[in-house]
Ligand binder design. Structure first.
Ligand code: HEM
Length: 406
């Protein structure tokens, strides 16, 4: 093959996964975007893409940017890989199209809509409890208390919340580099790994959950034999921590912007916009990887063959080429379908409707009961390689006049 004429991607000798950059990634994201449409991250040997347009290309152009090497930094086809393949997110079309269609049937809009009543009921219970308390942690008492109950109940698995958190943290650390953060997550999760394999098996699926339907679809020949437990694992991996992160960030941003909170309270239809805007500003999944299928050109620079490319949605979602005043939280901004927080293309998040339903139920239930939400101390981000999520979010919920006391 003749070499492409475009210049090599510029080199950035910085570690996006250093403590400093994980705690506050935005200054680095700006340097990344300004340096070029793709930059070679020297410490890890991958190309980082931080601009909105090119992030969309990397996410969706599977002929040039394949998922077969895995959506994490390690190439799962090569010796020394530290992750195992997902049978949905780590296969390219046309194989992916067949698997995705089968899962889409299981999680059709009709199915998800039918969960609304049960989601709303639990949201009312959690909201009553937290508003009665007044001083709460927005992560533990609201986002986690809610998601760790409703999501496992529709998946149809009975899992202690603490264990879900351990496996989630392991997953989002493993998607990044093999660093100290990942080693610690592995150590913490080691005592429950046998249990984790077991809980994904057919006999553990509760009747009526979509986990059970995944096994039935495998029986019907919709997926390859033996892949059902890995599908259940993919939903575990993808569905819980991301939604907790998104709800946590929405609460944080609303508490820090009383004017935006007042707008949402005055017009509850804006709640959807508030959640999407929080996903844009603090994207839960921060980066997903592809592998170049040959030497390719992206935005006028040349990328080497068989090399990892990370699309940093956290950076793309604040790219001033796409967003006016990108660091401003604006609940009226039109972001759905444009921000990259759910990805784009064949692998776009299959659970986005579920996370939206969860967010609207719990945030709506809390907002209806409060006059204001005030920060009650500094929020703390949890250091995870590829997930932007809060560890602590102290809040004071000021009850609205006339709101019923449970
Ligand atoms: C705010 C919450 C969520 C965020 C930010 C999020 C983010 C994402 C992103 C960025 C992708 C694309 C990955 C790529 O390009 O390689 C994705 C895919 C996926 N998500 Fe989500 N997700 C969320 C909620 C959920 C939920 C609730 C579920 C469970 C039903 C879920 C299940 C999946 C699965 C199975 C895929 C792989 C789809 C495929 O490869 O075809 N996600 N998600």
């Amino acid at each position: 093959m003749t070499a492409l004429l475009a210049p090599d991607a510029p080199v950035l000798d910085e570690d996006p996964f250093s403590d400093e950059n994980i705690a506050n990634p935005y200054p680095l994201f700006e340097r990344m975007r300004e340096l070029g449409p793709a930059v070679f991250i020297a410490p890890h040997g991958y190309y980082a893409v931080g601009r909105h347009e090119e992030a969309g290309i990397v996410a969706s152009d599977y002929a040039r940017f394949s998922v077969e090497g895995g959506v994490g930094m390690s190439d799962i086809r090569k010796p020394g890989a530290w992750r195992a393949r997902s049978p949905i997110s780590e296969i390219d079309p046309p194989e992916h199209t067949r698997v995705r269609a089968a899962l889409q049937k299981i999680l059709s809009p009709l199915v998800v809509k039918a969960w609304k009543e049960q989601f709303a009921r639990h949201a009312e219970e959690v909201a009553d409890q937290v508003v009665a308390k007044g001083s709460v942690d927005g992560v533990a008492d609201i986002a986690e208390a809610y998601v760790l109950h409703v999501f496992p109940s529709v998946l149809g698995v009975d899992v202690p919340p603490e264990r879900i958190k351990l496996t989630g943290e392991l997953n989002f650390n493993q998607l990044g580099p093999n660093n100290v953060r990942m080693a610690r997550a592995l150590e913490r999760a080691a005592p429950i790994m046998d249990w984790y394999q077991q809980v994904l098996q057919r006999e553990q699926m509760l009747p009526g959950g979509f986990g059970e339907k995944i096994y039935q679809a495998e029986d019907a020949g919709d997926f390859d034999k033996g892949t059902a437990p890995f599908h259940v694992r993919s939903f575990f991996r993808a569905g819980v921590d991301t939604t907790i992160a998104g709800i946590g960030s929405t609460l944080k941003l609303l508490s820090e912007h009383p004017d935006q909170l007042a707008r949402v309270k005055a017009n509850p239809a804006l709640l959807k916009g508030a959640f999407e805007e929080a996903l844009r500003m603090e994207s839960p999944a921060q980066v997903m990887f592809r592998t170049t299928t040959g030497e390719v050109e992206l935005g006028g620079v040349r990328l080497r063959a068989d090399t990892k490319v990370g699309y940093h949605m956290g950076a793309a979602n604040r790219d001033p080429r796409q967003w006016q005043d990108p660091d401003r939280f604006d609940v009226t901004r039109q972001t759905a379908g444009v921000h990259r927080a759910f990805g784009v293309g064949a692998h776009v998040c299959i659970g986005q409707m579920i996370s939206r339903l969860e967010a609207e139920c719990i945030l709506g239930a809390v907002l209806r009961r409060v006059e204001r939400i005030e920060p009650a101390g500094p929020a703390r981000w949890r250091p995870v390689n590829t997930l932007r999520t809060l560890d602590a979010l102290p809040l004071t919920l000021v009850r609205a006049e006339g709101a019923a006391v449970p």
